[in-house]
Design a protein around this ligand. Structure first.
Ligand SMILES: Nc1ncnc2c1ncn2[C@@H]1O[C@H](COP(=O)(O)OP(=O)(O)OP(=O)(O)O)[C@@H](O)[C@H]1O
Length: 267
C-alpha cells in the first residue's frame, strides 16, 4: 500500500495533495485521410499526423488534510484529467503532483471492470487493484456486494448490467476500500433518488475519515453542499480557487447560467 499515513512529511506539511506547475498534454497520432493527389503520390498510404491537446496547463494549488475539494468547469476543461493525475494513472508532462496516501477512483464509472466477470468477481479484482490483501478483500466482498442493492445480479456477468447498476458497483468498491483520498467523479448523478441519498451519506461519512476528497460534478448545488473548497478549470487552466460559494458564483457568471434551480444542477 502506498499510504504514507503519519509520515513525517505529511505531518510537516499538513497536505493531502500538492500540485506544482502541473501540465498534461495528450499526444494522439492518427491517419489523415489523403486527398486523391496525395494518395497517388504516396501510393494510397495516408499521412501520420500528431495532435497535441494541452489538457492541463501550469496548475498550482495545494489541498490541506481535511479538504473536500470540488472541481467545476465546462466539458473538456480538464477535470477528469486532473483526477486521473491525482489517482496516479497519468504522469505529468511537466511539473509535479504529490499525493500523501492512496487515492481511490471512480473515474469514468465502470471502466476498469471486466464485463465478462460477475459483479462479485469484479469487486474482488477491484479490491486487489486498490492494494488490499486477499484476506481483506474477501472479508469485505460481501459488504461491498450487499451495499450495491442489486440483488442476484451481483452473480451475473457485468455485461448484463444497466449503466446504473455498474455505477453502483463502482461506487461501492471505491468507498469500501478505505481510500485516504476519495475521488468521486459525477457519482452523484448515478442511481435513483434514494440511492443517491445513500451515496451522499456514505461520502459525508468518508469525508471525515479520509484525508481529503475530490468531487467533480456538474451539479453546482452538490459542490456547494459537500465541499469545503473548490477550483474552477477552463481549457486546462486554473481560473479560480477558493470557497465553494464564490467559485460557483464566478463560474456561473462566466457561463451566464440563470439562477434557476433546474439549470443550477446541470451545468
Ligand atoms: N485520452 C485522451 N487522448 C487525447 N485527448 C484527450 C484524452 N482524454 C481527454 N482528452 C482531451 O483533453 C481535454 C480535457 O479532457 P477532460 O476529459 O479532462 O475534460 P473534462 O473537464 O473532464 O470534461 P467533461 O466535463 O466533458 O467530462 C479535452 O480537450 C479532451 O478532448
Amino acid at each position: 500500500m502506498s499510504s504514507l499515513s503519519g509520515s513525517p512529511d505529511e505531518q510537516q506539511t499538513g497536505l493531502a495533495v500538492k500540485v506544482d506547475n502541473l501540465s498534461i498534454t495528450y499526444r494522439t497520432t492518427f491517419e489523415r485521410k489523403p486527398t486523391l493527389r496525395q494518395a497517388l503520390i504516396r501510393f494510397g498510404r495516408g499521412q501520420r499526423s500528431v495532435r497535441e491537446v494541452h489538457a492541463l496547463q501550469d496548475l498550482t494549488f495545494t489541498v490541506p488534510v481535511g479538504t473536500a475539494m470540488g472541481i467545476v468547469g465546462a466539458n473538456g476543461a480538464g477535470k477528469s484529467t486532473l483526477m486521473r493525475a491525482v489517482a496516479g494513472i497519468l504522469p505529468p508532462t511537466q511539473g509535479s503532483i504529490e499525493v500523501w496516501g492512496k487515492a481511490s477512483t471512480l473515474l469514468a464509472l465502470g471502466v476498469g471492470f471486466n464485463k465478462e466477470l460477475s459483479g462479485r468477481e469484479n469487486i474482488i479484482l477491484g479490491g486487489l487493484a486498490a492494494g488490499l490483501s486477499r484476506k481483506e478483500v474477501e472479508e469485505r466482498a460481501d459488504e461491498v456486494a450487499e451495499w450495491t442493492e442489486i440483488g442476484d445480479f451481483i452473480e451475473m456477468p457485468m455485461r448484463t448490467y444497466s449503466s446504473g447498476m455498474s455505477a453502483r458497483v463502482a461506487f461501492s468498491v471505491a468507498v469500501h476500500m478505505k481510500p485516504d483520498i476519495l475521488m468521486v467523479d459525477e457519482a452523484l448523478s448515478t442511481g435513483d433518488a434514494r440511492f443517491r441519498a445513500k451515496a451522499n451519506d456514505k461520502m459525508a461519512e468518508l469525508r471525515s475519515s479520509a484525508r481529503a476528497m475530490f468531487l467533480v460534478s456538474h451539479g453546482l448545488n452538490s459542490i456547494k453542499e459537500m465541499c469545503t473548497a473548490a477550483i474552477w478549470l477552463d481549457k486546462g487552466r486554473l481560473m479560480m480557487e477558493g470557497d465553494p460559494e464564490s467559485v460557483v458564483e464566478e463560474y456561473k457568471k462566466f457561463t451566464k447560467v440563470k439562477k434557476s434551480a433546474a439549470t443550477e444542477d446541470d451545468v
